[in-house]
Design a protein around this ligand. Structure first.
Ligand SMILES: NC(=O)C1=CN([C@@H]2O[C@H](COP(=O)(O)OP(=O)(O)OC[C@H]3O[C@@H](n4cnc5c(N)ncnc54)[C@H](O)[C@@H]3O)[C@@H](O)[C@H]2O)C=CC1
Ligand SMILES: O=C(O)CCC(=O)C(=O)O
Length: 428
């Protein structure tokens, strides 16, 4: 293995923040609707999910005792079609978080012209401390609890933080047995043998890599030798590291929940990919690690937060050294911090644009399930590439011509479809 760590390390933690992501999301939605001339009733409709279901899920644990978990499913707006979005298993899941995530899904589906509205789900749990059997029983219990409001023409879940293709497979199996027929289009991000799409596993990362490449080109930089730090080494972060490494960029830093590692000459990405565990942890192999706070302000050209929300805040925005921030995670930058970075001339490619490769290929998966005809991976990647390049240029050109942040421009492009569909349906 190449020399990986060069710095002194102090352990991981997260920057404190009390920003309510729902409030800041509503602020951007209000601004976007105001600029486009929509009246107050559009904001009243779009500021919250149409539906938010809270469920309690009893699970028999391996020790014989029953533990009751809380879960949520938010459906933001279904004027354009069924709602769509992932399910996360994480201790910090809240109703507000799931609601904000469902709003962001509506914006993504609007920007990428997908025939869906936004949805999102989550269960408050820590799957890292549960057995495989406990996770399976929890996943099946969640589907039983939400089965009335989901389905291939109602609301279509997918993976998110600490969920994966295996969990989607259990959920599909449970849903199919409740409905007494096989319903592969009920969920996306499935294993390929159960109707999953080729390319879905890496789709979010491929989309982010394309967005990063296009944004860097606009800054006059090519990928060759570009120094990139990636926070989070799960599905999104690790596949992104692999793609960027293979495209000639130099991945100088990666981190996970346990902390970060950095080498200004580049990390040994194939080694790290080989050693990561199924929860996206690898840095615990190293005796010395950077804290999360140290990691985010390391010298690099591009910083990619690919873990959790509220990582870049006003506390660290002035210390960020990257000239380009590409949000692979959902909500990694608080609104104030994002505006501060914009003032500092740092280009921020917002989450609703940068990480929408996942939902785009989930859409392709749903289309293939409906058709019963499956496409080659090259076809999927080519269509994803076309959609990403078009969306990135559309949003960034809008931002430039209107002299607004890329986030506001993305919200303007993204919310219009839900607003217009709601109007045509006679809701407003
Ligand atoms: N999986 C997908 O297709 C999509 C994921 N996203 C977003 O990308 C982000 C990452 O998702 P995945 O890679 O799927 O999740 P994952 O569960 O595969 O990996 C999560 C990674 O984040 C790290 N992490 C967890 N908690 C952390 C914390 N408090 N501080 C620092 N690191 C932490 C974990 O160690 C792991 O490396 C999330 O914001 C998710 O919503 C967005 C679009 C699609
Ligand atoms: O693939 C999907 O349908 C949803 C992906 C997702 O949850 C997200 O983009 O945040």
């Amino acid at each position: 293995m190449k020399n990986i760590v060069k710095r002194v390390i102090v352990g991981a933690s997260n920057p404190p923040t009390d920003e309510n992501i729902m409030v800041s999301t509503q602020q951007v939605i209000r601004k976007a609707l105001d600029i486009m001339g929509y009246n107050e009733s559009f904001y009243e409709l779009l500021k919250e999910p149409l539906r938010l279901l809270t469920v309690r899920i009893p699970v028999r644990m391996d020790d014989g005792k029953v533990q009751v978990f809380t879960g949520y499913r938010a459906q933001h707006n279904d004027a354009t079609g069924p709602t769509k979005g992932g399910i996360r298993f994480h201790p910090s899941v809240t109703a507000d978080e799931v609601s904000a995530l469902s709003l962001w899904m509506t914006i993504k589906c609007g920007i990428f012209d997908l025939p869906f509205g936004g949805g999102k789900g989550g269960i408050v749990c820590d799957p890292r401390s549960m057995s495989v059997g406990e996770v399976e029983r929890l996943a099946r219990g969640y589907v039983r609890a939400i089965s009335q409001i989901v389905g291939p023409t109602k609301d279509i879940p997918a993976p998110d933080v600490y969920t994966n293709a295996q969990i989607m497979a259990w959920m599909l199996d449970e849903y199919s047995s409740i409905r007494e027929n096989d319903s592969p289009g009920f969920i996306t991000g499935k294993p390929i043998v159960l109707g999953g799409s080729r390319g879905r596993e890496k789709a979010t990362s491929l989309g982010t890599a394309i967005a990063l490449r296009e944004a860097a080109l606009l800054q006059g930089k090519s990928l060759e030798g570009l120094k990139v730090c990636i926070q989070g080494f799960g599905n999104v972060g690790s596949n992104l590291a692999e793609i960027l490494h293979s495209w000639g960029a130099t991945v100088v830093g990666i981190s996970d929940v346990n902390g970060g590692i950095y080498n200004e000459e580049g990390l040994d990405i194939p080694y790290l990919l080989d050693r990561r565990d199924s929860f996206g942890s690898v840095t615990n192999l190293f005796s010395t690690r950077l804290s999360n706070e140290e990691f985010l302000v390391l010298p690099c050209d591009v910083l990619v937060p690919a873990a959790m929300e509220n990582q870049i805040t006003l506390d660290n925005a002035d210390a960020i050294q990257a000239q380009l921030v590409v949000e692979a995670a959902n909500g990694p930058t608080t609104l104030e911090a994002s505006e501060r970075l914009h003032e500092r001339g740092i280009l921020v490619i917002p989450d609703v644009l940068a990480n929408a490769g996942g939902v785009t290929v989930s859409y392709f998966e749903w289309v293939q399930n409906n058709q019963g005809y499956y496409w080659a991976e090259e076809e999927i990647n080519k269509q994803l590439e076309n959609k990403m390049v078009e969306a990135v240029h559309n949003v960034l050109e809008n931002a430039k011509s209107r002299k607004i942040t890329p986030r506001l421009a993305a919200y303007m492009v993204g919310i219009r479809k839900a607003a217009e569909a709601s109007r045509y349906r006679g809701w407003l």
